[in-house]
Design a protein. Structure first.
Length: 474
């Protein structure tokens, strides 16, 4: 982690507005020296501190005075903050009133948290990120979210420095609010598909339901709880009907495709490996051609929408992260059963390595593998979108671009799945087929036609329209 601060030559001078001394911070000692002076986190025009002069920033600071509670058990210490954000790049510095009474409140931990971030050149974006952090962690001071805020200088005895694997914006997934939200008009269909996918992977379990609720938080505006429950219960009933069909694969078997329950783990930790898994998981509902660009099946018909394709990638990454976290926790517990405390395992490093005996080697190797998987998911970028860079022909692999928000330079990937190129007539046939079959399914559900009549009608429509995805719902 490295970032830039700008300081004055004073300490405690509130009237000063000029911060001309640029300080490059790449270790705790650098921050300790700079924190002795009044300083800011933003490069301002002519070094003059005011919002209108905002130029850029690669770090932001959050204040914690622990005024959110008078119960000491609820207070956040500097060490506790790092434990709450184990993978995040952050440095923590005690403030001038650390462990001192202030404004009528007794002594308590008071500190500043410096979060390294990608370079931001827009003041509103910067302020919104600070607000997002406060919403996620409300113990930070709500009155200290201004982009032009300065930090009082004071002598510092210790600095806690954590080189993390991700930045705070990646944890909060800020900056992609448009792509991350599920807008009105798509909420029901999106959450219905997601519920079915989660139940297929985990069964109708508490874990699956929690993943479903986490995804539902993206709905804008939020869906009422009653409606979410209806969607979930409908998916559970559908799952039970599917379980009675011939050839049904249980969640345990489904999650054991590779013998380790790592069904979302790529063959190799590369963009290519990641793209192959995305294609495998979503290949039956995503298509691309030069005629239509992206299309995604929404449960009723195929929709031309690049944003819908982005949504599929986001859903995949959410499921993959949940899968990776589960693998890591399971491996940690298995290693802990060999006699090593979980605290020591989580700290890792050479101390843990030295403790491993021959009988623990297998569990230790499994833990390292699970951690490598989890770290790959975190590092690979919070968002992958599949963007073709050339037209594709029938029975040829698609070339695509994977874009991670943490790395803006595109990398060309081989998806590893076959994509059919459609002309306008083919697309019209596809749309017509999906529309009539949707109506037929509603008639079947309403017992207006029999199962045999439905299957006969389906075969007739398949012959008539010859859709390239007609087997998705048969």
């Amino acid at each position: 982690m490295d970032f830039t601060l700008y300081r004055s030559d004073f300490a405690g001078v509130e009237a000063n507005c000029r911060y001309p001394r640029q300080q490059n911070i790449c270790r705790a000692e650098d921050l300790k020296e700079t924190a002795a002076f009044d300083h800011v986190c933003v490069a301002f025009k002519d070094y003059y501190r005011k919002r209108e002069n905002f130029l850029s920033a690669d770090v932001l600071v959050m204040d914690c005075d622990n005024t959110h509670s008078e119960n000491p058990a609820d207070w956040i210490s500097m060490e506790k903050l790092l434990a709450m954000l184990p993978n995040v790049s952050v440095a923590v510095v005690p403030s001038r009133n650390h462990m001192k009474p202030k404004e009528g409140k007794c002594a308590r931990p008071r500190f500043h948290a410096y979060f390294g971030i990608p370079d931001i050149t827009d003041e509103q974006h910067y302020t919104e990120l600070k607000r997002a952090i406060h919403r996620a962690y409300p113990f930070f001071d709500e009155a200290a979210l201004d982009a032009a805020r300065f930090i009082y200088g004071c002598p510092v005895e210790k600095v806690l420095w954590q080189d993390g694997e991700v930045t705070i914006d990646q944890v909060l997934k800020v900056g992609d609010t448009e792509s991350r939200s599920i807008p009105a008009g798509r909420r029901n269909s999106t959450m219905s598909r997601f519920a079915g996918r989660v139940i297929k992977r985990y069964g109708a379990t508490e874990k699956a339901y929690q993943i479903f609720l986490d995804e539902a938080e993206k709905c804008d505006p939020p869906l009422p709880d009653a409606e979410l429950n209806t969607i979930w219960n409908s998916a559970v009933r559908f799952g039970k009907r599917i379980a009675q069909q011939d050839g049904y694969v249980s969640p345990d078997e489904y999650n054991n495709d590779f013998g380790t329950r790592d069904s979302l783990r790529p063959e190799d930790y590369s963009d290519i490996g990641q793209a192959k898994v995305i294609a495998r998981e979503y290949g039956n509902e995503l298509r691309y051609t030069d005629s239509t660009d992206f299309i995604r099946y929404d449960g009723i018909c195929w929709e031309e929408s690049r944003q819908a394709a982005v949504g599929a990638a986001e859903e995949f990454l959410d499921l993959q992260l949940a899968d990776a976290n589960e693998q890591s926790e399971q491996a940690l517990k298995e290693l802990a059963r060999t006699g090593i405390s979980e605290d020591i395992i989580r700290k890792g490093g050479r101390n843990l390595e030295k403790m491993i005996e021959e009988k623990q080697a297998k569990a230790y190797a499994a833990y390292l593998a699970a951690e490598a998987y989890r770290k790959f998911v975190l590092k690979s970028g919070k968002l992958y979108t599949l963007l073709p860079v050339r037209p594709v022909e029938r029975n040829s692999p698609s070339t695509a671009t994977a874009i991670g928000s943490s790395a803006l330079t595109p990398a060309t990937l081989l998806i590893g799945s076959e994509v059919s190129a459609m002309d306008k007539r083919s697309f019209q046939n596809e749309t017509a087929f999906q529309t009539v079959m949707h109506l037929a399914r509603r008639m079947l559900a309403g017992k207006l036609i029999t199962g045999k009549e439905y299957r006969d009608f389906e075969q007739e429509m398949l012959r008539r329209y010859q859709p390239f995805s007609g087997d998705l719902y048969t």
